[in-house]
Design a protein around this ligand. Structure first.
Ligand code: NAP
Ligand code: HSE
Length: 440
């Protein structure tokens, strides 16, 4: 479309609150590629204001005179601004900003999953009362349009399961440790440098970020009402190169997965590192990429793959939401989906002890007669059957600390809890066992 005709078109004024990694990408797309948004929105989307905390901080985007401000009121008091992109991280300040925006009559787009996972019910109720909408596709899996796909494109299905690599930082760290042989801490620093990690990377590496995203997806896909803190989480902080090596030897890769699986009207939910077969698509997902395998009763298995973090991939999802909001599509889906409403839950969380899985167990033991018999005895008492086993010969005589790997057949989380509690009492077993699920 020629620039002249764009100028003559209707103009919708928008604002961004938060001009960090993602906000800068959104501003760039709006300022440098206005013809794209105009083509899709049928009107020009005009960046009127960008709100930050610190006006003196250098920005990676050149803004027209008068756009940058540190006063939120320049947005809330401006009735010409219809829609606002809210890209402030964290929870409490973001919540207050979101409420001020809704109450001043703005539709809001956000990428802040921590905010929605914590205060989704309150914010969605408030938006409904005020006749406003909230769009949040960028909150889960960055550039992958998974929220729109589940909420709209797959709505004819009963979703049966979701297996997702939902945290780009974790996937990046594990891939770097595996491919570059660098340490866990070096990999975390690199993820922060590249803008993948949250301001506090603890939320990424301890599984909280993925649990927040899983809670949002479970809400959308299964009508579950689960708080992210009630989802069992295992972080990647204690992963060691030893586990990466043994997983490789056994034909697997390690991946931090978020899983939601329907069994009857119960939903199994967990986040943690799993062994994934090397020849499977999930095992091939490297770097800060995210991937989601979803099974629906009508569509069957569907895959999504793309960048789950980073400036431009996340901005891609935010700007698509902005266009949907500006043209009124978001308002329709927001009304019909009734997210976080008082509707009763369609499924209940499955008690974690009853969930079935296979396990990789790594014990650190004294190389001594009877150790193996004691461990296998404790497993057998819980009816846990061993599928394979690795102990490498020590060439320098018996050692007081060697790794011993056991792959189990299918068991339950509760049975493994009981067996490990007994094994950890054994004198010749040092350190708690590393225990990882196996995805078959
Ligand atoms: P970021 O780089 O830390 O940027 C946050 C921005 O918010 C900064 O510009 C900051 O201003 C501004 N800000 C903070 N408090 C404010 C306040 N009270 N009033 C006005 N502005 C305020 O964060 P980000 O990485 O862009 O992430 C933003 C959100 O997107 C987060 O919720 C994050 O979880 C989510 N997200 C991020 C990614 C990613 O790849 N980074 C991907 C998906 C979702 P100053 O610059 O002046 O300090
Ligand atoms: N810190 C998040 C991640 C950003 O690494 O996946 C995207 O939500």
């Amino acid at each position: 479309m020629a620039p002249e005709s764009i100028k003559r078109m209707e103009k919708t004024k928008v604002a961004i609150v938060g001009l960090g990694t993602v906000g800068t990408g959104v501003a760039r797309l709006l300022l440098d590629h206005g013809e794209r948004t105009t083509r899709h929105a049928g009107r020009s989307i005009w960046l009127e204001k960008a709100v930050v905390r610190d006006l003196n901080k250098p920005r990676d985007v050149e803004l027209p005179e008068g756009v940058l401000t540190d006063r939120l009121e320049e947005v809330t008091d401006n009735d010409e601004i219809e829609c606002v992109v809210q890209l402030v991280g964290g929870v409490e300040a973001a919540r207050s900003i979101m409420i001020q925006l809704l109450e001043s009559g703005k539709d809001v787009v956000t990428a802040n999953k921590a905010l929605l996972a914590e205060y989704g019910a309150e914010l969605f109720d408030r938006a409904r009362e005020l006749g406003r909408s909230i769009a949040f596709d960028a909150a889960v899996a960055g550039g992958i349009p998974i929220v729109t796909n589940i909420g709209q494109c797959l709505s004819a299905n009963r979703i049966e399961s979701i297996h997702g690599i939902l945290n780009g930082t974790c996937n990046f760290i594990i891939s770097q440790m595996e491919e570059q042989g660098i340490s866990y801490h070096e990999a975390v620093e690199e993820a922060q440098r590249r803008g993948y990690a949250e301001a506090d990377p603890t939320m990424d590496v301890d599984g909280s970020d993925a649990a927040q995203k899983l809670a949002i997806l479970s809400h959308l896909a299964f009508g579950a009402r689960v708080h992210w803190k009630d989802i069992s989480r295992q972080g990647i902080e204690s992963l060691s190169p030893t586990d990466l090596r043994f997983a490789g030897e056994l034909g697997y890769r390690l991946k931090s997965l978020a899983v939601a699986r329907l069994e009857g009207d119960e939903l199994e939910l967990h986040v943690g590192t799993q062994l994934v077969r090397r020849d499977s698509p999930l095992a091939e997902v490297g770097g800060a990429y995210n991937a989601i395998r979803l099974v629906g009763d009508a569509v069957g298995r569907v895959w999504f793959h793309g960048m789950g973090a980073g400036r431009m991939p996340t901005a891609s999802a935010v700007v698509a939401d902005l266009i949907d909001s500006v043209v009124g599509r978001t308002a329709i889906t927001f009304r019909t989906l009734q997210l976080w409403s008082e509707r009763p839950a369609r499924v209940l969380p499955k008690p974690s002890a009853t969930a079935a899985t296979r396990y990789y167990l790594r014990f650190t033991v004294q190389d001594h007669p009877g150790v193996l018999a004691d461990i296998t005895g404790a497993l057998s008492k819980q009816d846990i059957s061993i599928a394979s086993f690795i102990q490498h010969e020590q060439h320098e005589g018996p050692s007081d600390r060697i790794p011993l790997i056991i792959m189990t057949h299918q068991t339950t989380v509760g049975a493994a809890d009981r067996a490990l509690a007994e094994i950890h009492q054994l004198e010749m077993v040092h350190e708690p066992a590393m225990r990882l699920r196996i995805l078959d």
